[in-house]
Design a protein around this ligand. Structure first.
Ligand SMILES: Nc1nc2c(c(=O)[nH]1)N[C@H]1C(S)=C(S)[C@@H](COP(=O)(O)O)O[C@H]1N2
Ligand SMILES: [Mo]
Length: 416
């Protein structure tokens, strides 16, 4: 019996070990890149590298299929080797389940354009949940399986040229709760204590009230006087209030403004360049519009009631010269820009927004003034907008220069 087992072990053991090694390294890379990608500070640091990292993450994620498929070919034999090891069987099932969850939600996120926001939003949440549960599990697994923490009776010893020999099972005198078991539990507890609270916090905020408008208005850092007064359609908001949480994206520290350092400019190829200070700018006539907000990384916020100045009106007021081809938008952060073609800029729902759901736009969400382009992915919606310039040539925006698609149209809304 033992002989027979050992024979299979030798043949299949090497292959299983190789599969396990490959799998472990790939997951380590996916974990590392996956944690960095949504991390605010790294947006600024990585720049174009972030888009590359995303493609590497997707590529390695897809390649994860190879070790898994190879394992499935060996799974029958592996399973019979695990006959008396239910814990290891469970481990295999858990890991396979985790990878299936990551893989399927990852494919939806990768192909977000084909699937659309109704799929990518839940996929992002599922991808996150699997990461929060799967990653600690796998780190725990890899630490506790290192040689020095293994139970002695599981260890097999190989000395230079001799075949593997099993170390004899523990003697009955050995204490029930071994030192190793204790260390294992301690590590598990450590994970629960350090990662548990942030996990709960994250679940709570994604279920209820993290970066919702109410909370952000509370801690707003803008000091612009007078506050804009909401139109009747804005308060209460005709959209019924935004649904979902904004993830706050910025490639600079969040700028804050007051009356002394804020102004708004329309210039370039216009008949009449214009510049307003805040007191003048809040007097410009505004309209109200309800729209959804979709980021290319998979999240959306629905039913936002924006109040602001339609871009079309401002451009008409300034007078567009015939040589103007592109509308270039500048952020007051001094770094972020984006553009629309003259034709795209004619869309009636593009708004230079001042209020969201009846309140001044909080600085985290791009206030006092941000662009809103409802029919395109929101990297077009420049935050802290303070200058619009009409130019004759093309302009490639911040993220487009770093690999985002120049075509930001939401699927199904391609119209101008
Ligand atoms: N100035 C500036 N505007 C920006 C960005 C940015 O980093 N800086 N990020 C863009 C992206 S990719 C998205 S999804 C939205 C996010 O808006 P929010 O931070 O209000 O959720 O803002 C867009 N406008
Ligand atoms: Mo985005």
């Amino acid at each position: 019996m033992n002989n027979w087992l050992n024979k299979i072990r030798k043949g299949i053991g090497k292959k299983l070990a190789a599969v396990h090694r490959w799998n472990a390294w790939m997951i380590a890379f996916l974990a590392f890149s996956g944690l960095i990608l949504p991390w605010g500070a790294w947006r600024e640091i990585l720049g174009a590298g972030r888009v590359w990292l995303k493609w590497l993450h997707v590529g390695v994620g897809l390649a994860l299929l190879l070790p898994v498929l190879y394992y499935l070919l060996l799974a029958g034999k592996h399973w019979s080797l695990l006959k008396e090891r239910p814990a290891q069987k469970w481990n295999v099932l858990i890991v396979l389940f985790m990878m299936a969850g990551w893989f399927l939600s990852g494919v939806v996120l990768w192909q977000f354009r084909a699937f659309g926001p109704a799929w990518s939003n839940p996929a992002l949440i599922i991808h996150d949940i699997f990461t929060w549960i799967g990653l600690p599990y796998m780190i725990y697994h890899s630490i506790t399986r290192t040689r020095w923490l293994k139970e002695p009776h599981r260890r097999s010893v190989r000395t230079s040229n001799q075949p593997k020999t099993e170390v004899p099972p523990p003697k009955a005198t050995e204490p029930l709760y071994t030192r190793r078991a204790f260390i294992r539990s301690a590590i598990g507890l450590g994970f629960a204590v350090t990662l548990g609270p942030s996990f709960i916090k994250w679940v709570a905020s994604s279920l209820s009230s993290g970066a919702n408008v109410e909370n952000l208005v509370q801690k707003d850092s803008n000091h612009l006087i007078p506050a804009p007064q909401p139109a009747v359609d804005s308060l209460p908001p005709i959209g019924g209030g935004s649904k979902g949480n904004f993830r706050i994206y910025t490639v600079t520290p969040i700028p804050s403004f007051d009356n002394s350092n804020w102004s708004f400019t329309v210039d370039g190829l216009v008949n009449q360049a214009m510049k307003w200070n805040w007191e003048e700018f809040v007097k410009l006539p505004r309209t109200v519009q309800v729209s959804d907000f979709h980021c290319v990384t998979g999240w959306s916020v629905y039913n936002n009631t924006w109040e602001g100045i339609p871009l079309k009106h401002l451009l008409e007021q300034a007078g567009i010269q015939s040589s103007a081809q592109t509308v270039k938008f500048y952020s007051g952060d001094g770094v972020y820009t984006d553009s629309l073609t003259m034709k795209q800029a004619q869309m009636k729902d593009i708004m230079i927004a001042v209020m969201l759901d009846g309140k001044p736009i909080p600085s985290d969400l791009g206030g006092p003034v941000r662009l809103v382009v409802p029919q395109m992915y929101t990297y077009k919606s420049v935050k802290w907008l303070n200058r619009i310039e009409l130019i004759a040539e093309d302009h490639v925006g911040y993220w487009e220069e770093r690999g985002y698609d120049k075509d930001a149209w939401l699927s199904g809304t391609k119209q101008s």
